[in-house]
Unconditional design. Structure first.
Length: 255
């Protein structure tokens, strides 16, 4: 059947032409949700095993200590992003997390590659009360390793801490699970696996309280909204008229 035969003439043909035009032109394009909360909206903190009962949220407000010193000191950063700004019927296409690293170190020297683990958090937590002793349980459904080569420290050592680059982490699977409800969105923990105990150096992740907005934790979610009602109506109308043009019988009411 040709397009001319399908459309026919008269009002029905005109309507089919209109429906075809709507269906072909009303496409659904991807959108991007950028989440980079400020101090008033951000939810992040860290917990430290050597100060098990102390809440660390205000002890280092613009950065979170994320450290692993062999056999003694361990700390974890906790982060949570609010995804309520994304339509619940949308489909997640991609999610990318960017974290900024800071280093306290007295001498410039090349830094080795470090391994960090990012793991989903299985239970709710409060940044104002979280401690190492009461920290939320980490989940087992999602975990990824982030291999980071921190930038060489060539800046003036009198300026502490020093910015040492950013890491980019693919969170598509985890954000999809949060969005679709297969995992509760309690955020994630990010912590160092490689020992960092050299030259008395310390490692931090910039928090949402940092004075430079560009360095704050950032989650970019690319998603595809559900097709609008006009597209659904056009598709249904087109299917109905195609059936009629092909001589398909309509269902009859049973009395």
């Amino acid at each position: 059947m040709t397009k001319k035969q399908l459309m026919g003439g008269g009002p029905a043909g005109a309507f089919i032409a209109l429906v075809l035009g709507i269906s072909l032109s009303a496409t659904t394009s991807a959108e991007v949700l950028i989440l980079q909360p400020d101090p008033g909206e951000g939810k992040d903190t860290f917990v430290w095993n050597r100060s098990g009962s102390q809440n660390q949220d205000l002890s280092s407000s613009n950065r979170h200590w994320t450290q692993h010193n062999t056999g003694s000191w361990f700390s974890r950063g906790y982060y949570e992003f609010d995804l309520s700004g994304m339509d619940s019927s949308a489909t997640v296409a991609n999610a990318e997390l960017i974290l900024s690293h800071l280093i306290f170190a007295q001498n410039p020297f090349p830094l080795p590659t470090f391994s960090f683990t990012l793991t989903e958090i299985a239970a709710p937590w409060d940044e104002a009360t979280a401690t190492w002793n009461n920290q939320a349980t980490l989940g087992t459904a999602f975990s990824t390793v982030d291999e980071v080569h921190l930038a060489d420290l060539s800046e003036d050592p009198s300026v502490q801490p020093r910015y040492s680059g950013q890491s980019t982490i693919d969170l598509t699977d985890l954000v999809t699970a949060w969005h679709e409800g297969t995992l509760p969105n309690n955020g994630f923990a990010y912590y160092m696996e490689t020992s960092f105990g050299f030259h008395g150096g310390d490692h931090y992740i910039v928090s949402s309280d940092h004075e430079d907005p560009a360095l704050r934790p950032r989650l970019a979610v690319t998603y595809v909204p559900e097709p609008g009602s006009s597209i659904l109506f056009a598709t249904a109308g087109l299917a109905f008229l195609v059936r009629r043009s092909r001589g398909a019988s309509l269902p009859r009411r049973v009395s």
